[in-house]
Design a protein around this ligand. Structure first.
Ligand SMILES: CSCCC(=O)C(=O)COP(=O)(O)O
Ligand SMILES: [Mg+2]
Length: 245
């Protein structure tokens, strides 16, 4: 069946893992304690402050003091836990960094080209994003893409994207039910083979295939190595230029 819909992972697929691990995560760890230290404790559950609303979802023993909150999130980042409360908070902290120019996303050149060229005006060819990063963080990342042809400007790729999924809207990326949900949301449950999911993570690829999608492994510098067996069992690409759609 002809592919007409792409679902793209971010980290390790269209963007280097090093940007997330060496820029985004350290930026969050450096900046978020200042935001937490400014808050009044105990937190007011009726507060309109978006950061208080996020923190209010934490268990009582963690949200009772700034030091517990700070240690909790530092620990989750160190272990790269895909925790929905952490991911929401990261979106808020990164917003300031993108807006003041501290952060620009180094999306691979082949991916910028593909994202700009693949979607057609008739909307019969679409691209969606599915990442563990929150939807807010995804929109920021694609809104502040480092322009490979200039150093000072950034590109906004969001107008080329048809939608975003994260772990709060679709579920965890290694579970096939999450891909079932995406297929349902994008109206492709009866045409699952027309949807291609790309990821660096073999377990995510397996889950997407189990849900009926087509799925390829993307290999990029710095990604976790894949086994010889996975190389022979799955389609493997190292650039979106290799897609023949
Ligand atoms: C949306 S940028 C932040 C990426 C992030 O927090 C993350 O955990 C990356 O996971 P992915 O599913 O894109 O591999
Ligand atoms: Mg990834």
């Amino acid at each position: 069946m002809t592919i007409d819909t792409l679902v793209l992972d971010i980290e390790g697929t269209v963007c280097p893992i090093t940007f997330v691990k060496d820029s985004l995560f350290p930026y969050f760890v450096e900046k978020f304690p200042t935001f937490i230290d400014q808050l009044d404790f105990p937190l007011d559950p009726q507060s309109d402050d978006p950061i208080v609303k996020i923190l209010d979802q934490l268990p009582h023993d963690i949200k009772e003091s700034s030091i517990n909150i700070i240690n909790h999130f530092k620990d989750l980042v160190a272990k790269d836990v895909k925790d929905p409360i952490l991911k929401s908070l990261q979106g808020f902290i990164w917003k300031a960094g993108y807006e003041n120019g501290d952060l620009k996303a180094p999306v691979y050149e082949d991916s910028i080209k593909f994202i700009k060229e693949y979607p057609n005006k008739a909307k019969t060819q679409k691209i969606y994003i599915y990442s563990s990063g929150s939807i807010k963080a995804q929109i920021l990342l694609f809104g502040y893409v480092k322009d490979p042809t200039t150093n000072d400007k950034s590109l906004d790729l969001n107008p080329y994207l048809s939608g975003y999924f994260d772990i709060t809207t679709a579920g965890y990326k290694t579970e096939s039910e999450s891909y079932d949900k995406i297929l349902q949301e994008i109206g492709k449950s009866d045409n699952s083979k027309s949807v291609l999911f790309l990821s660096d993570n073999v377990n995510e690829v397996k889950a997407a295939i189990k849900a009926g999608m087509q799925s390829y492994i993307v290999v990029r510098p710095g990604n976790a190595p894949i086994t010889e067996q996975d190389k022979s069992s799955y389609t493997v690409i190292d650039s979106l230029d290799q897609l023949q759609l």
